[in-house]
Design a protein around this ligand. Sequence first.
Ligand SMILES: NC(=O)c1ccc[n+]([C@@H]2O[C@H](COP(=O)([O-])OP(=O)(O)OC[C@H]3O[C@@H](n4cnc5c(N)ncnc54)[C@H](O)[C@@H]3O)[C@@H](O)[C@H]2O)c1
Length: 265
Amino acid sequence: MIGIDMTGRVTLITGAGGGIGGGIADVFAKAGARVYVADLEMENAKAKAGQLRAEGLQAEAVGLDVTQNEEIYALVDRMVKENGKIDHLINCAGISYNKPYMESTDDEFRSILEVNLISVHNCCQAVLRQMIPRKEGKIVNILSASSRMGSDFFAHYSSSKFGLLGLTQSIGLAAARHNINVNGICPGLIETGLGEKQGGGLIQQMSRYSGKSQDVLRENLRKSIPLRRFQSGEDIGYMALFLCSDLAKNITCQAINVCGGMRMN
Ligand SMILES: NC(=O)c1ccc[n+]([C@@H]2O[C@H](COP(=O)([O-])OP(=O)(O)OC[C@H]3O[C@@H](n4cnc5c(N)ncnc54)[C@H](O)[C@@H]3O)[C@@H](O)[C@H]2O)c1
């Protein structure tokens, strides 16, 4: 039987207090990994880790601001002390501003590049310092359909995710000679808290700017997906699990769409 068993594996997921990161945490914990549920919002990290532990799974809640290098390095040191290693890093923390390009500000551009791009570089470097001597490890970056197609409505987000695609390919090349795989996943559409703290979620903001109801917009978006359904955090988790497994040992530097057929590039 072919299956994926992550017993004995140690997984760090950033943004795991959120919608997609939470789904990824569910999948890795159910596959047997010890999951570090890291998020800026400690209460959400605690809730997710508590839910997993209540199911008899292994999870630790960690407060982490990915824009703070000293916090990243302290967490990596702690994980290595507790487990002797880190097997998987899933970079899922992210923010978005949803508004027309001409309303986008300098500060928004800087903060989104800081969270969605530069912090991923910092997390990867910190973890790779531990993975490279062992010549083993997997990194998965959560990209977006907007890593390959621009948008008037979230130009700064799209710019950060295009950058993250280039970073994923580049780190993948640097890590390949050490037997470490680095890949990205491009989710399609999942209704989560993304953008809420930055002024409003995608559908809410589209409704505000277009005057159409959220229900109409949601239905239009759903119909734009060939499989006619939104994705879930678990859908992204299953792809991440595969990419972190030995079944995917010859896959690196790739960006894989999980979007119900919405994108084909
Ligand atoms: N929801 C979608 O349709 C969609 C589509 C494509 C890609 N994505 C990407 O998926 C990832 C997860 O997004 P989501 O939809 O689950 O949104 P979400 O808002 O539910 O989750 C994002 C999480 O990141 C955390 N976070 C933000 N800034 C942080 C920081 N500085 N340090 C640590 N944690 C921080 C938030 O607290 C939140 O829990 C993001 O990278 C996003 O760009 C989402």
